[in-house]
Ligand binder design. Structure first.
Ligand code: IVH
Length: 666
């Protein structure tokens, strides 16, 4: 980029972020997701630092990266903070934390750190005289805030009277518990009022209510984390400040730790990455504070933040890139999936070139088209997903629905909502290819080394057309062993596993049939009712509707499938070649008997691993959180299921706890 281009880019970012700041801080109406904001401000900081020489002092000074946000609005009486309420510098990596520590080493040789969550709420200052709460003020611009005493009086957890009689100012954060936030939005929605985008905005909106009865109803909460002028209260460390606060009945977070090294800080960061998911309040990273207050003066502060504390922010798992192309793929049941080819970009450590767009309805709703700049996110699963438009649209047009199957050209059949769309051509070569891959896979017949590549090769050689052809490969040994890149040994092993597959359990065979809406879980359930493959074609699938596990979509898909001659023929041929698979219960223990699990977020292993463990131990896995859910197993970046579970007071466990429960059984 030329100097001019860099300057323009920086000005453009400054302008955009200023607009976002204004919307967020002054209007309580955020325009973008936090993760998106973080990416953009980070980019701006980097550009301003890297190309500082391209700008005048004024140009950088007025940047949103330099400003303390949130100027006070009018309604409330102004309050001047005798000691300014500062902000915190941010670190996004361990090396930035390391620099922060290096600076401390210049003034102190023996010290420790106090680490705690950064609460995503609004900062508040509380003043007590003779043990009485006399004033509560917001931060405002750091120097002048608003007097919100009336409203803070309505917050149950904030003490109105304490036994400590000296003049006292304490600071902390007012927040709305996630469970209360969900309730509030539900009520607002019912009354056809605007809902709040997140708990932070709801808290801000509530604290600025002119009617304090409303504040009372909404059940705000608070955490205090700082005692102003600590030396006057005989406090010399952050740890003592917490003790003091707790002793005088101030609410404090119970997640905090005194640590002595950067390794311990790293460990806290890692542990908190999962722990934060289980809390009933939103956090925005962690705060690392020098524990020993005696060094604070020597370390000093900038206009904006002290050098004695820093906020660590978790790396946002969202990235921005351009859609180069939109195309569809066809699955083994004929299901159409929309996909985006992307300008390659890095996301959580890997280079991403493709992302899912789910279905046409999704593309239309997000108003996406080729050449648009979009945000992508790693969702619970491995494939990233496009989550929204990043800029003004680059194209005016909507992306037009793809009407024909790109592989067989037959008309695609969509339901009204375009959420589901199928290629219904029984002879579509792509559907056949996907069915073959699925049939051979680990979860189904489990053929040795027969993956997509080999299947493509065998199709090309006209060795494979339907899955039945796998069982005819043994008659073609000569041809196979002479193929390039195939060793004699591996061909023999492949043929052995194909023969052995005649003994797999019924659930695998049912899953291998590639019937719409039949995944492993449902296949296993059906197997437990059908018992033997020879019963499959005559089984009364309509009767399954009486079970919780099965809905109408599934029964009609099964009934449809078995009514087709080609499918009947296929099952009969499987029986003829000696596959009469039987149901084998895979339940090994009763540990999770009568327990229902829901899984959300990214775990260290594929979801099926956890699902299998739950099923093997007699439990059930379902997709939606309800009163009946026993546990929510959460990984990183969970979705709304976590909030719902929180509000229903469902027990939330992470992988570690899950492992512990499993181990406790043996
Ligand atoms: S200490 C000198 N501790 O984060 C600043 N702040 O970005 C002292 N915040 O204005 C702040 N949780 O509103 C501190 N555990 C915590 C916090 C916390 C949230 C907020 C606070 C502050 C902002 C700075």
């Amino acid at each position: 980029m030329t100097k001019e281009e860099i300057r323009n880019k920086v000005f453009e970012l400054q302008k955009k972020i200023s607009e976002w700041d204004n919307a967020y801080y002054n209007l309580d109406n955020p325009l973008v997701e936090d993760a998106v904001y973080d990416i953009e401000i980070l980019k701006l900081i980097k550009l301003e630092q890297q190309y500082a020489s391209y700008f005048t002092y004024e140009e950088l000074k007025n940047s949103p990266t330099q400003r303390i946000n949130a100027s006070s609005l009018t309604q409330f009486e102004k309050v001047r903070h005798e000691i300014p309420m500062l902000s915190l510098n941010k670190a996004y990596s361990l090396s930035e934390i390391s620099k922060f520590i290096d600076n401390i080493k210049k003034v102190a040789n023996s010290f420790s750190f106090f680490v705690e969550p950064k609460i995503d709420g609004l900062s508040i200052s509380l003043k007590y005289k003779n043990g009485k709460l006399i004033q509560a003020a917001t931060r405002g611009d750091g120097l002048v805030g608003e007097n919100v005493t009336e409203n803070v009086m309505q917050i149950a957890s904030i003490p109105k009277q304490i036994s400590y009689l000296k003049d006292l100012e304490v600071r902390g954060e007012v927040y709305l518990p996630i469970s209360q936030f969900l309730k509030l939005n539900k009520t607002l929605e019912k009354g056809k009022f605007n809902t709040f985008a997140n708990p932070r905005n709801a808290a801000a909106g509530t604290l600025r209510q002119l009617d304090s009865a409303i504040v009372y109803e909404r059940k705000l909460s608070a955490f205090l984390y700082y005692v102003v002028s600590p030396q006057e209260h005989n406090i010399s460390t952050m740890e003592q400040a917490f003790d003091f606060l707790q002793k005088h009945n101030f609410p404090i977070t119970n997640v905090f730790k005194v640590v002595n090294s950067i390794d311990e800080i790293q460990k806290f960061i890692d542990d908190f990455a999962t722990e934060k998911l289980t809390l009933d309040y939103e956090t925005d990273g962690i705060v690392i504070k020098l524990n020993e207050l005696e060094f604070y003066n020597a370390l000093g502060q900038t206009q904006k933040f002290p050098h004695s504390a820093i906020a660590f922010k978790y790396e946002p798992n969202v990235a921005k890139t351009i859609i180069k192309d939109i195309f569809i793929t066809i699955g083994r049941t004929g299901l159409v999936t929309y996909n985006a080819k992307l300008e390659p970009t890095e996301l959580s450590g890997s280079l991403i070139s493709f992302a899912t767009l789910n279905n046409f309805n999704y593309v239309r709703d997000l108003n996406l088209n080729i050449n648009d700049m979009v945000y992508i996110k790693k969702a619970g699963e491995i494939i990233p997903c496009v989550i929204g438009l990043a800029n003004q649209k680059n194209t005016i047009d909507y992306f037009k629905r793809i009407e024909n199957c790109p592989y067989c050209n037959s008309k695609l059949i969509a339901n009204e909502t375009f959420l589901e769309e199928y290629c219904e051509n029984e002879n579509c070569p792509e559907i056949n290819r996907k069915k073959l891959i699925h049939f051979a896979s680990k979860e189904c017949m489990n053929f040795f080394s027969v993956g997509e590549k080999i299947i493509n090769k065998f199709i090309e050689l006209k060795l494979l057309y339907t899955p039945l052809d796998f069982y005819k490969l043994k008659d073609k040994i000569e041809l196979l062993v002479n193929l390039e890149n195939f060793g004699h040994k591996s061909i023999m092993k492949m043929l052995t596993t194909i023969e052995e597959s005649k003994n797999v359990s019924l659930d695998r065979v049912i899953f291998a049939l590639s019937i719409k809406h039949i995944g492993t879980k449902v296949a296993n359930f059906i197997a437990s009712k059908v018992l033997e493959l020879k019963n499959f074609l005559s089984f009364d699938f309509a009767s399954l509707i009486n079970y919780n596990e099965i809905g109408e979509k599934i029964t009609s898909s099964l009934i449809d499938w078995v009514s087709k001659d080609s499918n009947k023929d296929f099952v009969n041929k499987l029986l003829e070649i000696g596959i009469n698979a039987k149901y084998v219960s895979n339940v090994k223990s009763k540990l999770f008997e009568n327990k229902t699990f829901v899984i959300t977020g990214t775990l260290s292993k594929p979801r099926t691993y956890f699902e299998n463990l739950i099923l093997e131990n007699g439990g059930k896995v379902v997709n939606t959180v309800s009163q009946k859910t026993s546990y929510l197993l959460v990984g990183e970046n969970p979705g709304s299921k976590l909030q719902k579970a929180n509000s229903l007071k469902i027990e939330i466990i992470n992988e570690q706890t899950f492992d512990d429960i499993l181990k406790s059984d043996f």
